[in-house]
Design a protein around this ligand. Structure first.
Ligand code: HEM
Length: 463
């Protein structure tokens, strides 16, 4: 899910120069200054879009063994069945240093090889199967109604309100509620530490090892937030364990014999992977509703037909294709995860190219999303592009699907996908059923995730 962090360029240039050259039939982009500028200015998506235009669907950099691809079928080769059995993804180097130097054990995001698969195969049925999600829906629906009460016609704090709802849904689903772990207090602490941690990771993107060695203020702030979030979750999970709670993913994991320590690290990584991505995605969908009043009207009409006067619930989500199309279309234009990554450990064939072990590959979501052959008028948000159309050529359908993968693809795809989708669709639908949403145009930036450059300005008016 996460992007490049090894930007300690001088050392890396020499160490990693060989491999990108080794893939001799892949064009080289050698204006490194432009790449560095894009990294520092949060516009890597623009850099890759332009570089792909110049060099085609695949190119390499002379540093970091880095290869970018922007072709749906190459992306499927990399992420799908011809990729690896235990694929590995990038994580920010600051997180790696923290885990290594402080001996902190971590969950799925950090794991590789058989250890990763052992944990992942235990979690898939608990997180992705329909039966598990049906059990989770009541918590999501309850929080949608709480969110409406909190909003009460006032959008000045809407991003905070949504952040709070997402955090609450995830804490309740993963840990459950216990008398020794009052959720409302925990939420405030998780919000402070989670946002601090993401801010810190961005600050430590360059030379994190050096920050660690001199214990810079940025490093100290970063580890304070990591330790804070771990401590809060530990408290909740231990309470769930002690009280032998029946509900929550943690309780299910205990039943399967997972150790207390493993459950702690799994849940911590769920929150790291889930809170900011889901909140940001919701904010972009609200932005798109506000920017496209005609789409908003049509979605409201769809919800009226399907739900009548009832609040949208988890069990109607298969019957609201326009709303689902809006989420897909918004993920195309403003992906919460701007690049999918793989670190290759064996030769992998993508298109005509064999990428050798040690290659770091990034799939450029934004470059594929603006391909006007697959998406005519690519900058227009058209949710109906995603509504099943049997007359559409199969190749086009496949290319469209492979160009927009908000949750990644293959065995390493997002484990929280169903929770995230259901939370987003239910929360946003409830807002649309009650409010007219307007939004000022916001600009997209690539930081740790795909965020608005400045805060998204949303206003809501009761219907
Ligand atoms: C709209 C919200 C979300 C988006 C866009 C998103 C996106 C992604 C993406 C793109 C990946 C990498 C997939 C790949 O490399 O193929 C990923 C991995 C992951 N996500 Fe999400 N995610 C979201 C919500 C969540 C939630 C709610 C959770 C909580 C359970 C979560 C937990 C994780 C974890 C633990 C991983 C690592 C999985 C592994 O390595 O096996 N995500 N996510």
């Amino acid at each position: 899910m996460f992007r490049i962090s090894r930007l300690n360029i001088p050392g890396m240039v020499e160490k990693n120069f060989y491999s990108a050259r080794f893939i001799s039939n892949v064009p080289m982009y050698d204006e490194l200054k432009k790449f560095q500028h894009a990294m520092m200015n949060n516009c890597l998506h623009v850099f890759t879009r332009e570089a792909h235009k110049e060099l085609g669907p695949i190119f390499k950099l002379p540093i970091m063994n880095l290869v970018f691809i922007a072709d749906p079928s190459m992306s499927s080769d990399l992420l799908g069945t011809s990729g690896e059995r235990y694929p590995k993804t990038f994580i920010p180097e600051s997180w790696e240093i923290h885990a290594r130097e402080y001996g902190v054990k971590r969950g799925l995001i950090f794991l590789a090889g058989e250890e990763w698969w052992e944990q992942r195969s235990r979690l898939n049925p608990l997180m992705l199967k329909s039966a598990a999600i049906t059990k989770m829906n009541p918590s999501i629906e309850k929080e949608a109604s709480e969110l409406l009460k909190r909003l009460d016609g006032d959008s000045s704090q809407i991003q905070k309100d949504v952040y709070r709802s997402v955090t609450k849904i995830l804490l309740e689903l993963f840990i459950g509620t216990s008398k020794d772990f009052p959720l409302d207090q925990a939420i405030e602490r998780v919000i402070i530490d989670n946002s601090g941690l993401f801010r810190g990771t961005t600050q430590l993107m360059f030379n994190p090892q050096e920050h660690f060695e001199r214990k810079s203020p940025e490093w100290m702030m970063f580890i304070g937030h990591v330790d804070g979030i771990l401590a809060t979750l530990k408290q909740g999970i231990r309470a769930s364990y002690k009280e032998k709670l029946e509900h929550g993913v943690a309780a299910e994991l205990f039943k399967l014999g997972t150790s207390l320590e493993d459950v702690e690290k799994i849940v911590c990584d769920f929150l790291l992977g889930g809170v900011d991505t889901t909140t940001t995605s919701i904010m972009w969908v609200l932005h798109e509703l506000g920017q496209n009043p005609d789409v908003q009207e049509r979605i409201r009409a769809e919800l009226k037909t399907v739900c009548g006067d009832n609040p949208c619930s988890g069990d109607v989500l298969e019957s609201i294709p326009l709303m689902k199309g809006l989420f897909r279309e918004t993920s195309r234009l403003y992906p919460a995860v701007p690049f999918l990554s793989r670190i290759i450990s064996k030769n992998v064939k993508v298109g005509e190219h064999i990428l050798p072990p040690g290659t770091n590959v990034m799939v450029s979501n934004s470059a594929m999303a603006f391909n006007s052959t697959n998406f005519p008028n690519p900058s227009v948000n058209k949710p109906e592009r995603w509504i099943r159309d049997n007359d559409m050529p199969k190749d086009l359908k496949n290319d469209m699907a492979a160009s927009v993968r908000p949750f990644g693809h293959g065995v390493r795809m997002c484990v929280g996908r169903r929770v995230a989708e259901n939370s987003l669709l239910v929360l946003v639908s409830n807002i649309v059923q009650n409010y007219q949403v307007s939004a000022e145009k916001a600009e997209y930036a690539t930081k740790m995730i795909g965020v608005p450059k400045d805060k998204i300005k949303i206003s809501i008016k009761p219907l």
